[in-house]
Design a protein around this ligand. Structure first.
Ligand code: GAL
Length: 674
């Protein structure tokens, strides 16, 4: 399918996970009333219903789901119908214990929570396929069916399995990838520590080893597990596409989530979406969410995404679970819309009476009616989304991109590295945060992608350089782009083998420098970097000892034996410029550097807003544009608007000159025609 809009899925989607099997049927009617009142139009049904839908291996019971689907349709609420395969019934564990996954030390998990299936179990996949085909055939023409929700959060609890089925499947996967055992030995560098293989069946999983397992093997195991879970998804999705070709198919993602290569997965889902659970009182939840909104939106070329799950009030799975403060749920929901989301859904509709999530917040609390603070906020947000419906499908245009690559993440964070503190997401966050705080729109891209739409590209810690990437980045810069690379980049190939020569071998020419040595810092260690204008900024984590070879230094280290050496460099390459940041500078410096580069490229925020005020623009192809202004501060703020007259589409009020936003306040401004 191209896109996910169908006749049934118009405007904004609003709703949540709905688990009616936990409630007597009289409650369902009350649910319908409360859903309508709140403006709910889409609910995810049956995510954990397998045991109820299939009481035994050859015995199905769809009667209750028939009644529920009819009830939803009667009330004009659509089902994002789940395939129910995320938690296999007890009989499966009893009859087929080898469907249960195995941990690194060889111990088998048991039935009794959820996600207890081995991704390579054919028995599990066959049962799943049979159930999915029945669901698809049964509901294919049902007026309530709007979307398919395959499984749930693949890999959330079990993203690795070390059973014999996985071991066998790993060998098959490797043989397909490398063809010959000699090729595999070369890629994994198995002459090291006597690891050479002579037959495919000698190869095992990187399970419980005395010390560091072979890095090439570990890296391929990660790829294999992401692919194995993707095959589980496709096992179901292919059936759904065959039986109901017009119905969008998705599974819910979890933000950046390390175990699964979502850029690869996104090619197989129709609706990009994710489940967002920032810690609500840390003060940085909106930054975490913004990064993931930007990342997920980018995975399908800017197509509007759905926030598939969030909580209204508080979760139950942290050590301490504070409430979202009044207004914050609405603020963060509208932030989703601001950054390209066309739907806001929650886990879950009605708070459970029993089970491990009974203290997890919901749209309807244990009180069970419309009188809770939370329900009132839910109802208000439902109204907001209806009022701003004209924004649905509007897009975000970014001139800045951050390179993101799962293979790089996996390889960078394998063990046996110069510093265990080099973490990919920290590095990505550092650069995203600076752009977020400056209200500069940003996309994420893969290193192989065409970059010509961007004036500035930042590739933090691009440790792995796969075939084609060096050329792609050189082409981008030589044709006028600005590129920022950072420390510990250009080190290895796609199998985690060093790119030989002076570091960073694939980027030496582009950067006009050589990294003679690197000096990872101890956790408490700091240095400083100095800029030509006299500025001095703290740096930590890493210091590259750089020899310039055409580049110029724009910041120097202040102390240690490499004091005076280049820390940040600039190199003209063709029509563009390549920058290198050979350390982890503090946020002030990163903001200054990116601020300068944006300014040089003519990239400015839509509105000059005070700190803590997020601004983002969505625009339709016909030019109608909406400026979102969100106050994340603990105090009210005043924001000056550029000249012109505006309408706040949230309430229709006219605005010009200056607006005042209360704590958690939001304005969505549409500029009136002159
Ligand atoms: C998600 C999951 C939901 C629910 C929720 C609680 O990870 O998909 O089923 O458990 O967390 O926060």
């Amino acid at each position: 399918m191209a896109g996910w809009r169908t006749e049934k899925l118009q405007g904004f989607c609003y709703g949540g996970d709905y688990n009616p099997e936990q409630w007597p049927e009289e409650v369902w009617l009350e649910d319908m009333r409360l859903m309508k009142k709140a403006g709910v139009n889409l609910v995810s049904v049956g995510i954990f219903s397998w045991a109820v839908l299939q009481p035994g291996a050859d015995n199905y019971d769809f009667a209750w789901l028939d009644r529920l689907m009819d009830l939803l349709a009667k009330h004009g609420i659509y089902a994002d119908l789940a395939t129910a395969t995320a938690s296999p019934p007890a009989w499966m564990a009893v009859n087929h214990p080898d469907t249960l996954p195995v941990d690194k030390r060889g111990s088998r998990y048991r039935h009794g929570s959820r996600q207890h299936y081995c991704p390579n179990s054919h028995v599990y996949r066959d049962y799943a396929a049979r159930l999915v085909r029945r669901l698809a055939e049964r509901y294919k023409d049902h007026p309530g069916l709007a979307m398919w929700h395959v499984n749930n959060e693949y890999g959330c609890h079990i993203s690795e399995c070390y059973c014999s089925s996985c071991e066998h499947a790993f060998r098959v996967w490797l043989e397909k990838r490398y063809g010959t055992i000699d090729e595999l030995n070369a890629r994994w560098g198995t002459n090291f520590w006597s690891q050479k293989y002579y037959r495919w069946d000698e190869i095992g999983l990187p399970a419980h080893t005395p010390t560091f397992a072979n890095p090439g093997q570990q890296l391929d195991y990660r790829r294999f597990m992401s692919d194995s879970l993707l095959d589980c998804y496709l096992n179901e999705a292919n059936i759904l596409r065959e039986v109901t070709p017009g119905v969008p198919v998705m599974t819910n993602f979890m933000g950046s989530f390390k175990p699964l290569d979502y850029f690869k997965w996104a090619q197989h889902i129709d609706v990009v979406n994710w489940d967002s659970y920032p810690e609500p009182t840390s003060g940085t939840g909106q930054e975490y969410a913004a990064l993931n909104h930007d990342l997920l939106r980018s995975m399908k070329g800017g197509q509007p995404f759905l926030l598939m799950e969030q909580v209204t009030s508080q979760v139950n799975w942290r050590q301490h679970n504070p409430l979202k403060r009044p207004g914050v749920m609405r603020l963060w929901s509208l932030q989703t819309v601001a950054r390209g989301g066309d739907g806001v859904l929650f886990f879950q509709w009605r708070q459970s009476r029993a089970g491990a999530e009974k203290f997890h917040g919901a749209m309807v609390s244990h009180m069970g009616d419309e009188h809770s603070r939370v329900y009132r906020e839910v109802e208000q947000l439902g109204g907001d989304l209806q009022r701003i419906e004209e924004i649905a499908d509007a897009r975000i245009t970014a001139k800045v991109a951050i390179v993101f690559d799962y293979d790089n993440w996996w390889a960078l964070e394998l063990d046996s590295k110069p510093s265990a503190d080099v973490r990919y997401m920290k590095s990505i966050e550092t650069y995203h945060r600076a752009l977020y705080r400056a209200n500069i729109a940003v996309d994420f891209v893969t290193p192989e992608q065409d970059l010509s739409a961007y004036a500035l590209v930042i590739a933090p810690t691009l440790y792995m350089v796969k075939p084609g990437v060096q050329d792609n980045l050189e082409r981008y810069v030589s044709t006028g782009g600005s590129l920022v690379l950072t420390y510990f980049s250009g080190m290895v190939d796609e199998n985690d083998r060093i790119h030989l020569g002076e570091y960073p071998a694939p980027f030496r020419k582009l950067l006009g420098l050589c990294v003679e040595e690197f000096d990872p810092m101890l956790p408490e260690q700091r240095n400083r970097i100095k800029t030509a204008d006299g500025g001095s900024y703290e740096c930590s984590l890493w210091a590259d000892i750089i020899r310039l070879d055409g580049a110029e230094a724009i910041a120097h280290f202040e102390s240690d034996f490499y004091a005076g050496g280049a820390a940040v460099t600039r190199h003209s390459f063709g029509q563009g410029k390549a920058y290198y940041v050979g350390t982890q500078p503090n946020d002030v410096y990163v903001a200054k550097l990116l601020g300068t580069l944006c300014e040089e490229a003519g990239i400015v925020p839509p509105i000059a807003a005070p700190a803590g005020v997020e601004v983002s623009v969505r625009e339709h192809a016909d030019g109608r544009a909406y400026v979102f202004v969100l106050n994340h501060n603990a105090e009210p703020v005043r924001v000056e608007l550029p000249p012109g007259e505006y309408a706040n589409v949230l309430d229709g009020s006219a605005k010009q000159g200056e607006i005042e936003l209360p704590v958690a306040g939001v304005a969505i401004l549409k500029r009136n025609a002159e």
